[in-house]
Design a protein around this ligand. Structure first.
Ligand code: M6P
Ligand code: ZN
Length: 192
């Protein structure tokens, strides 16, 4: 038997969880090619405007059967009409699922499987979202404050970013008449 030790961490504050093990910042330059209005992104980057889109603070674990606990903070903002979001990924190990717990702010989680079956759920405080195996997931901050949520997932699930980078999600979330609205992604392409 492995000799592992329990831990506890505190939720809230600037980092959403503390203490944490890893911090990952994703800037606009890390999301090149992800937003609908690519020319806006390129113009901003050429002006050396490179806003921080989201940060992940994570307590990662080493062994199969353990859970990673990550706190993601998506800052408020838009590129054109499209709200800031996470890259989104499938799990490299397809059989693994994930649980999100909303901590503050408001947003949407898009989930889609490899056949393009798509679901959207709200994420906000006191909300739990279950992501079944085989579903890619992306979170979108549709509010005016930071969207903060906790993610709990198997330590061996891995991240497949490549598929989503290539196909995009079937839907995107844009502001229409001042409200977050789900529309078909004109750039979505079915996996070949
Ligand atoms: C959640 C989890 C993490 C993920 C993070 C950011 O915390 O799902 O595994 O890394 O969100 O999402 P992404 O990796 O898609 O950028
Ligand atoms: Zn995941």
């Amino acid at each position: 038997m492995l000799d592992l030790e329990p831990y506890s961490a505190r939720l809230g504050g600037k980092t959403g969880i503390y203490p944490y093990k890893i911090k990952v910042d994703r800037y606009l330059s890390d999301l090149r090619g992800y937003f609908l209005e690519e020319q806006i992104v390129e113009e901003m980057l050429s002006r050396n405007e490179n806003p921080l889109i989201y940060t992940v603070y994570e307590i990662s674990r080493e062994f199969e059967g353990e859970f990673n606990v990550g706190c993601t903070i998506i800052y408020p903002g838009k590129i054109g009409d499209e709200y800031y979001f996470t890259k989104g990924h499938y799990h490299a190990k397809e059989q693994t699922s994930e649980v999100y717990v909303g901590l503050s702010g408001e947003g949407i989680i898009l989930m889609q499987n490899r056949e393009g079956r798509t679901f959207a759920e709200e994420i906000k405080p006191k909300t739990v979202v279950y992501i079944p195996p085989g579903f890619a997931h992306r979170s979108i901050n549709t509010g005016k404050t930071r969207l903060v949520f906790l993610a709990i997932y198997p330590s061996n699930s891995g991240h497949d970013y490549e598929t989503i980078m290539r196909t995009g999600f079937t839907k995107i979330v844009v502001e229409r008449d001042g409200k977050p609205t789900l529309i078909d992604n004109p750039k979505y392409r079915k996996k070949l």
